[in-house]
Design a binder for this molecule. Structure first.
Ligand code: PEP
Ligand code: MG
Length: 598
């Protein structure tokens, strides 16, 4: 509270988009989104010695922090996982590295941060050229160490240490790399400047059932760690320095209202059918281990989408084959007989790539997903081996992200088959793995019939499909009004994809965020979807939705929607037609939902 005494403590309000319901009173914890902006400062000659001292002190601090982290990792993960920090400690003792930074500060009269960046980038450039997989991976260790020194220079401690029980995470955008640093057990709410309904912050928040508001524009700049804050994800409002009256008002709300975001688990739910007897299967989308426990609790029929790139963000580097194999085995165990679909790394775009990132101008259209894997074939081979080996112990499928051409499918399949043959030659057991394609690029929709002939299933990624069809950045709140899941072109694309799958007798699983919103789920069933995969917390709600609708009627409403001219028309029609027939699909708060929720 010392902070707030010094500063003006007038209540300030921000309106954003609530993406996971609930109301939380807590204290701000500012989290940088990962990419530090480093600037160069030229020092006065007299300040150089002090700067060198500051640099040495930061190295000592980083070392102390690393030793503590190592001890914690040993306790929590076991000593076999803590060895990684030994190499980081060795780097911090590398005399050449320390001397290089120090001479840079002296010769260039530069601030320590800039010296660390320049020297670090030079070393990273050398590592990036190395052909050997193992050595090249060490590049990300160097990045990690550099990052740690920069944190030490800024005087911040390791981030997870500051998570208190009432932490409200405030960030510009919560990149997967930042997510890895957080112990979400203690995070009460999330509030970010950027983001939309389908941004990864929103997906993570819903996966963990943490109330979240995104699109708050400049909250991060205005908030200070420790500031009292209220996050009302039901109205989408965030209140900094709430007045006594505001706090009393929120205190008076019932507990039910406050934690609306947490779904109530269904007890041992059986098969799911619409009123007129159409079977619908609900599966889980998974990113973080913290969500795993919910798969059984919420009655998911297996894992419809495992976003494997989160393995990288948890570690801040590419995971090894062993690490991946273990992770996939665990997912397979979790999914049981219903099986799990491992999506090959969907790196690039809005998902961090760390060492591999070349600062693309237009990352959403860049070296993303399958393109990344085909360009970094060693990584693809490694991932393929890990899934094939894990499949010997459970039911696994592979899905290829961002397919836009059949050549991508064929190349990936060839490589996966080669890896299977080589494992078999070496006597290493593998399991049968079905292979599917993500349909999330307009080109893939247009050739869905051709793709369907060459894959075992489709995963329909509506988040990217909307982004690419409508040319609207899914994470940019400035264009959130144009992100319209119910745009007639989106509905027509979904229908075309489902029909192509049906004609080829392969399943199509809808795994974008649309599937987790009751009114949208009803429309998806109306468009012919019978498999939906979603964030686990949404499963009980969507289950109730599907059980309470009639697929035949939903089909008629979906057909009417397809005839509409604009997204507004579809939204109005959905509200009126679905709302009058099944009012429970529109709880009071979500009435203006389809448009503003996007
Ligand atoms: C999608 O694009 O809809 C999807 C399921 O994948 P992601 O959100 O990870 O891009
Ligand atoms: Mg996608």
């Amino acid at each position: 509270m010392r902070e707030s005494v010094r500063r003006t403590v007038r209540e300030e309000r921000w309106q954003g988009l609530g993406v996971c319901d609930g109301i939380v009173l807590g204290r701000v914890l500012r989290i940088h989104n990962g990419a530090r902006h480093i600037y160069r400062a030229t020092l006065e000659e007299a300040d150089v010695v002090r700067e060198v001292r500051r640099w040495r002190a930061a190295v000592r601090l980083a070392r102390r922090q690393l030793l503590k982290i190592k001890a914690r990792a040993e306790r929590v993960l076991g000593s076999e996982h803590a060895y990684i920090f030994d190499s980081h400690l060795l780097m911090l003792e590398d005399q050449k590295l320390l001397d290089d930074v120090e001479s840079f500060i002296r010769l260039e009269r530069a601030n320590a941060e800039w010296a660390v960046k320049v020297v670090g980038d030079r070393i990273l450039a050398v590592y990036a050229e190395i052909k050997d997989d193992y050595l090249r991976e060490r590049g990300s260790d160097i990045e990690d160490v550099m990052q740690r020194i920069l944190v030490a220079l800024s005087g911040e401690g390791p981030r997870y240490r500051r998570l208190t029980e009432d932490a409200v995470i405030v960030s510009e955008d919560l990149l997967p790399s930042a997510v890895a640093e957080l112990d979400f057990k203690y995070a009460r709410a999330i509030a970010t400047d950027a983001g939309g309904w389908t941004s990864h912050t929103a997906i993570i928040a819903r996966g963990l059932g943490i109330p979240a508001v995104v699109g708050l524009r400049d909250l991060y700049r205005r908030a200070r760690t420790g500031d009292p804050v209220i996050v009302d994800a039901i109205s989408g409002e965030v209140i900094l320095h709430p007045s006594k009256e505001t706090i009393e008002h929120y205190d008076s709300l019932s507990a039910d209202n406050r934690r609306a975001g947490l779904a109530v688990a269904d007890n041992a739910p059986g098969p799911l059918r619409t009123e007129d007897g159409v079977d619908v299967v609900l599966r889980a989308n998974l990113e973080l281990p913290a969500e795993f426990e919910g798969v059984k609790r919420f009655g998911a029929r297996g894992v419809g989408l495992y976003r494997s790139e989160f393995l990288m963000s948890q570690r801040g580097r590419m995971p090894s084959e062993e690490e991946q194999c273990q992770a996939y085995e665990e997912i397979a165990r979790l999914a049981g007989e219903d099986g799990a679909t491992i999506r090959l790394f969907d790196l690039g775009g809005d998902k961090a790539v760390g060492t591999f990132s070349d600062g693309e101008r237009n990352p959403a259209l860049g070296l993303r997903a399958i393109r990344f894997s085909l360009r970094h074939k060693d990584e693809l081979r490694k991932q393929a081996r890990a899934v094939l080996r894990a499949a010997a112990h459970g039911r696994l499928s592979i899905v290829l992200p961002m397919i836009s051409d059949l050549t991508d499918v064929r190349q990936a399949r060839r490589i996966i088959n080669e890896e299977r043959e080589s494992l078999t030659r070496r006597g290493i057991p593998t399991g049968q793995v079905r292979m599917g394609a993500m349909i999330e690029v307009p080109a893939a929709v247009l050739i869905a019939d051709k793709i369907a002939r060459e894959v075992d299933f489709f995963s329909l990624g509506t988040n990217d499909l909307v982004q690419y069809l409508l040319a609207v950045d899914r994470g940019n709140d400035a264009v959130a009004d144009w992100f319209r899941s119910l745009h007639p072109s989106v509905l027509a694309s979904i229908k075309q994809t489902i029909e192509a799958a049906r004609a080829a007798s392969i399943p199509a699983v809808v795994c974008g965020e649309m599937a987790s919103t009751p009114a949208y789920a009803a429309i998806l069933v109306g468009l012919g979807a019978t498999e939906l995969s979603m964030t686990i917390n949404a499963i009980p709600r969507v289950r109730r939705t599907v059980a309470g609708i009639n697929a035949g009627e939903a089909r008629k409403i979906a057909e009417e929607c397809l005839e509409c001219e604009t997204a507004d028309d579809v939204e109005e029609l959905v509200r009126v037609r679905l709302g009058s027939r099944w009012p429970h699909l529109f709880p009071p708060k979500s009435l203006p939902a389809p448009k503003s929720q996007e």
